[in-house]
Design a protein. Structure first.
Length: 212
């Protein structure tokens, strides 16, 4: 066999090896994806269930000159993991308040936690905003709601979670939660009990909308 024929034979072997390597890699990737899909179909991870239990309002004041809103709340927020065989990692979760779609407090970081099967986690963070500028139409709407005696504020949760099945831990998923909170701003008789430092506590027990 000539040197030229040996070189051609080596090239053929190299190409066959590369084809087999690519085929094996594709089969491995397909197998991994199939296992992930099968696990998802069997376990059916269900998104967590959030409830806004109460809100204590210490400040909710709109300045007359300049549409500057000052707020200070303490809320009680609970999250339940409804899954039998799936745990949830809450890696980074922020909570803040919004009014008519505009954020009116700075985000408050909740403690990172792991939630086991059927577990319930309760957070009681303070959320506040000092002289936050609001749009003129937002200020006008707030004045109208205060005159009517009822203001709806949205408590929102924005963060990242991971699912855990046995020793397998998924990648990060975006968590977004929206909880309506109705405040009887103009009626102390219906507002609820007063607490320290001139705060008023509202018992809400509101189901929240959750997207994952």
């Amino acid at each position: 066999m000539t040197e030229k024929e040996c070189g051609h034979h080596d090239d053929d072997d190299r190409r066959k090896f590369h084809r087999r390597l690519v085929a094996a890699l594709l089969i491995f990737i397909a197998l991994v994806l199939f296992i992930i899909l099968l696990t998802y179909l069997i376990l059916r991870p269900t998104k967590p269930h959030f409830i806004l239990q109460d809100a204590t309002v210490y400040a909710f004041n709109l300045s007359t000159a300049g549409n500057l809103l000052t707020t200070n709340f303490q809320i009680t927020l609970s999250a339940r993991n409804p899954n039998d065989r799936i745990g949830i990692y809450y890696d980074r979760v922020d909570v803040y308040a919004a009014y008519h779609g505009q954020q009116i407090t700075v985000p408050t970081l909740l403690p990172a936690t792991y939630q086991g099967h059927k577990d319930v986690t309760v957070w009681s963070p303070f959320i506040s905003g000092m002289e936050v500028p609001v749009a003129p139409y937002t200020g006008a709407s707030l004045n109208e709601d205060e005159i009517a005696g009822n203001v709806m504020v949205n408590i929102r949760v924005d963060g990242r979670i991971r699912w855990r099945v046995g020793t397998f831990i998924s990648g990060k998923y975006h968590l977004f939660v929206n909880c309506p909170a109705y405040i009887n701003y103009g009626s102390r008789n219906n507002a609820g009990p007063a607490v320290g430092a001139a705060g008023v506590k509202y018992q809400l027990i509101m189901d929240c909308h959750v997207d994952v």
